[in-house]
Design a binder for this molecule. Sequence first.
Ligand SMILES: [Zn+2]
Length: 118
Amino acid sequence: MEEVSFEGLTDEFVLCRMYRSHAWFEVPNDTKEKPELPGWYWMVQQCARCTTLRYDLCDSNHDVQHRDYDYVDGYQVDSGRISTREMRQEWAERHRVEEVIDTQRTKRKKKNGKKPRR
Ligand SMILES: [Zn+2]
């Protein structure tokens, strides 16, 4: 198996790749020029995690006719070849996920213990 490299991949990138999804929110369009076709417009979204920008060119029927992405440097460093399992492994190793889970379990137990019974 070929060695995969996580070099240049920030935590945010790893998460977006692991989830196979960005966390989009709407931002004003300050990049794309207004389309010449009547009723057409750009919708711009940004990822809350990795700051990737997505530009949707919409027609007058509100269908997306074209989509552009503007990735931050480093995002496309061959990371397309890394599977979600490998991304999850990388995340777990970076953040020692087991310890975090244990802590949360302890907290939850305490919380439940305090819950008033009916
Ligand atoms: Zn993202």
